[in-house]
Write a protein that binds this ligand. Structure first.
Ligand SMILES: Cc1ncc(COP(=O)(O)O)c(C=O)c1O
Length: 464
């Protein structure tokens, strides 16, 4: 049997994730892929047989769907046309992708950029958020969320996590608002919408900009309205693991045409675009900028993936419904709950809480190892971002030293102000199933509960 790497809390990293996914994309033997077994096992090993981690037969002997999906007959024509055309830098195919993504999300405009991280940073910069400003971010998120704030020169302020939904706890937002607060950056974590109704009310009351980090949440909806269209702007990622994968890529959507014109100008060295026009006698580069353009072949890949995203999103939701019905029957397993009025989840991840007490004290890392060994790809997820060294390092930078009073940069005090106990608990307890697992057949999804049951029954042996 191929070794199935264990991605425990300590071992999970973006690098592991990328390594895993690029291997999957190349059709190599990857964790969760049992295709190289010397002889086929029976389809299901029911009940409480010996755990696979201790040498028993795994519950799953089939590969999970590969990600990203590439169907040569359907997907390659456009990409090859672009490659043969010799026009590889941004032109018509990128514009076509942007129009289509704006249509899909229901936004007036869309601008693509090199990745989701820069989509967030440009959104902050072009909303004039920078040195001396505070931006409220959830504590349960990917590093890109606070990093985008720091890159813009602003200060991330962490909001604790709601214990049931794993989203930003809206009841804890207002206590963190100060005269320096300029924006809220909610994240639709796991592709599941944050409580945008409450967030928009708080933002209106305190005159704050809302930049939605929808990097994991392609086509997720609240009351049939797509996430990314509630705030002033919404940001997406098209990185390899995402529900709309290009390898790398990002997008900013907004109904504010002047704002998107400025973002466009910014992503092209500050050249004029749309309403960003030279005044009398002005010429050349007009506003501050950077170079963040998507390429034509990336857009062609994106268009091919966009054709399947609706169907894939529906499939993930159907799988999540099965898991939502089955997993709560197992004591010690608590799936994530949706915020109110969610009409569609994107399920970039399917997260649940693991309570080790119900598994005889079996540590989460051992549970994850055992579930991986049963053939279910899963991870431990995020570690707390509000205490990591990158913050102190940024605070020591010249830009921050010159922009903030000394007491704001004292790391011990920063950590006290940004203490998020509920998030710390979730980081110890969460287990994630990645989105491609949810693309499996119904019968396979139904067996996930069986694999967890098997671990629970054998917890004593596994803990030995
Ligand atoms: C919540 C969140 N925000 C932002 C990003 C950044 O996107 P990218 O990797 O395209 O820069 C990601 C990507 O993993 C993400 O998960």
């Amino acid at each position: 049997m191929p070794a199935i790497p264990v991605m425990s809390k300590h071992k999970f990293s973006r690098r592991n994730f990328l390594k895993y996914h690029s291997a999957a994309g190349l059709g190599l033997v990857v964790p969760g892929s049992l295709s190289s077994l010397p002889s086929p096992l029976p389809a299901i090993n029911r009940g409480a047989g010996k755990p696979a981690l201790l040498g028993g037969n795994p519950v799953f002997n089939k590969e999970w769907p590969k990600w990203p999906q590439w169907i040569p007959g359907e997907d390659e024509k456009r990409v090859i046309e672009v490659l043969r055309s010799g026009t590889w830098s941004r032109k018509d195919v990128v514009t076509e992708f942007e129009k289509k993504w704006a249509e899909k999300t229901g936004a007036k405009r869309c601008l693509t950029v090199v990745n989701g991280t820069n989509a967030l940073t440009v959104s902050l910069i072009e909303n004039n958020i920078g040195a001396g400003d505070e931006v409220l971010v959830p504590s349960y998120t990917f590093i890109a969320t606070p990093v985008s704030v720091l890159t813009a020169g602003a200060m991330p302020v962490f909001i604790d996590t709601h214990p049931d939904t794993f989203q930003m706890d809206v009841s804890k937002i207002e206590q963190k608002i100060t005269p320096a607060t300029k924006a809220i950056m909610p994240v639709h974590l796991a592709g599941l919408p944050a409580d945008m109704e409450s967030i928009m009310k708080i933002a209106a009351k305190h005159n704050l900009i809302v930049i939605e980090d929808a990097c994991q949440a392609h086509l997720a909806e609240i009351n049939h309205k797509k996430v990314g269209t509630f705030g002033h702007t919404g940001c997406f990622s098209f990185q390899n693991s995402k529900n709309l994968p290009i390898g790398e890529g990002g997008a900013i959507i907004s109904d504010d045409e002047a704002f998107i014109d400025r973002c466009y100008a910014y992503h092209n060295f500050g050249s004029g675009y749309g309403s960003v026009k030279p005044r009398e006698k002005e010429s050349g580069f007009l506003i501050r900028g950077n170079k963040l353009r998507l390429t034509e072949y990336q857009a062609a890949i994106g268009l091919s993936q966009m054709k399947r995203i609706e169907e894939q999103t529906d499939r993930r939701s159907e799988s999540a419904e099965i898991l939502n019905a089955e997993l709560p029957k197992i004591s010690g397993i608590t799936p994530v709950q949706l915020e109110k009025n969610v009409t569609r989840g994107a399920y970039h991840l399917y997260p649940f809480r693991y309570h080790k007490e119900a598994f005889g004290g079996l540590p989460r890392s051992r549970f994850i190892a055992a579930l991986n060994a049963e053939g279910v790809t899963c991870y431990g997820g995020y570690e707390p971002l509000n205490t990591m060294p990158y913050l102190e390092d940024t605070f020591k930078s010249k830009n921050f030293q010159k922009s903030y009073p000394r007491e704001m940069l004292e790391i011990t005090k920063y950590r006290q102000r940004n203490n998020c106990p509920e998030n710390d608990k979730l980081c110890r307890e969460a287990v994630w199933l990645p989105q491609f697992v949810l693309l499996a057949e119904k019968a396979e999804i139904e067996k996930i509960a069986e694999a967890i049951n098997k671990i629970q029954i054998n917890a004593g042996k596994l803990n030995g």
